[in-house]
Ligand binder design. Structure first.
Ligand SMILES: Cc1cc2nc3c(=O)[nH]c(=O)nc-3n(C[C@H](O)[C@H](O)[C@H](O)COP(=O)(O)OP(=O)(O)OC[C@H]3O[C@@H](n4cnc5c(N)ncnc54)[C@H](O)[C@@H]3O)c2cc1C
Length: 287
């Protein structure tokens, strides 16, 4: 069921995170620290039909503060138009961030950090390709040397103490987050994952993850980008493992909300142990 893909080898994430750091009753990291960086494309590759992988070199990346969450994301800022340069907020004398030069706010979108290597300040981000959208269009046309802006990462996934299992569910936009969570989870923690992808060719190799039960849900139609069946897929889940667990759902906002309702109302799962992230909204651009 897990197809091997010709994905170029990436070393395992090297960061301040470790498997145990996102398990527990309290978030053991400091408050979010606002900061901005320039990121230059050093590698770009269409790793599967629906996914473009960009590797960025982060300028002054030694300042970047990892969030400690395995689903961490950054907002990526893009040049507003060909005539307007990419600009970032700067730190003002009062310590706040602003645009004293009156520069224009750049369009930006949240993307998961698939890999972060602090020793070389290299960050890997996987972009789903779809029609329209500043981020998707940028990714399709990106070239080595292109520059975007990023901010310090933030994240959400946090395994409650005493969890005995985790269930991860998402459409292809959540594949980077789910992959990282699976790779960084404690090996002894059983994980169930349901990932919706446009076609078999969009599978990624997660065979190396121990103690996981992964199901790919495929449309077998690459043109399906922009649609999701997550709300129907969740109805196929009719029972959950025994004991306290944790459910993490990310993808199209309405579908994610339907999934949450299913686990809470149909399967009677504790809503406090469900994390939901609406990643994108069908028919609506993010702002
Ligand atoms: C925390 C977080 C992490 C995320 N991580 C990733 C990630 O690692 N990889 C990733 O690809 N996405 C990720 N996303 C989703 C991504 O931010 C959105 O898909 C975003 O809207 C894309 O921006 P855009 O400029 O291409 O399209 P927009 O300008 O936002 O939208 C333009 C049109 O495209 C549609 N659209 C938007 N996204 C999709 C999509 N994925 N498929 C089909 N149609 C779409 C919209 O409905 C709209 O009609 C993440 C979102 C969040 C909140």
């Amino acid at each position: 069921m897990h197809a091997s893909l010709p994905i170029k080898h990436e070393s395992r994430i090297e960061s301040s995170n470790n498997a145990a750091s996102f398990v527990g009753s309290a978030h053991n990291h400091g408050p979010y620290q606002e900061d901005y960086f320039l990121a230059t494309v050093i590698d770009i590759d269409r790793i599967t039909p629906s996914m473009v992988r960009a590797v960025f070199s982060i300028t002054e990346g030694e300042r970047l503060v990892a969030s400690g969450h395995p689903d961490e994301w950054v907002r990526i800022a893009f040049q507003p138009d060909p005539e307007t340069p990419l600009t970032l907020p700067t730190r003002l004398e009062n310590g706040k961030w602003g645009r004293p030069d009156g520069s224009k706010h750049c369009p930006n979108r949240p993307y998961t950090i698939r890999y972060w290597q602090p020793s070389s300040s290299e960050m890997t981000v996987d972009f789903v390709v779809h029609d329209g959208g500043v981020a998707s269009t940028w990714a399709i046309n990106a070239r080595i040397g292109d520059v975007v802006g990023i901010c310090n990462p933030e994240g959400r996934f946090w395994l409650p103490e005493n969890s005995e299992w985790m269930l991860l569910m998402g459409d292809i936009t959540a594949l980077p987050a789910i992959s990282r969570i699976l790779e960084e989870k404690p090996e002894s923690m059983p994980a169930i994952a349901h990932i919706e992808i446009p076609a078999t060719a969009d599978r990624q190799d997660l065979d190396h993850v121990l103690n996981s039960d992964l199901t790919w849900h495929e449309w077998d139609e690459l043109s399906s980008a922009g649609r999701t069946d997550l709300a129907a897929i969740v109805r196929m889940i009719t029972s959950l493992p025994a004991g306290p667990g944790y459910i993490y759902i990310a993808g199209e906002a309405t579908a994610v909300s339907e999934c949450r309702k299913h686990f809470r109302d149909v399967l009677g799962f504790d809503k406090q142990r469900i994390a939901t992230l609406g990643y994108w909204i069908e028919g609506q651009a993010r702002v």
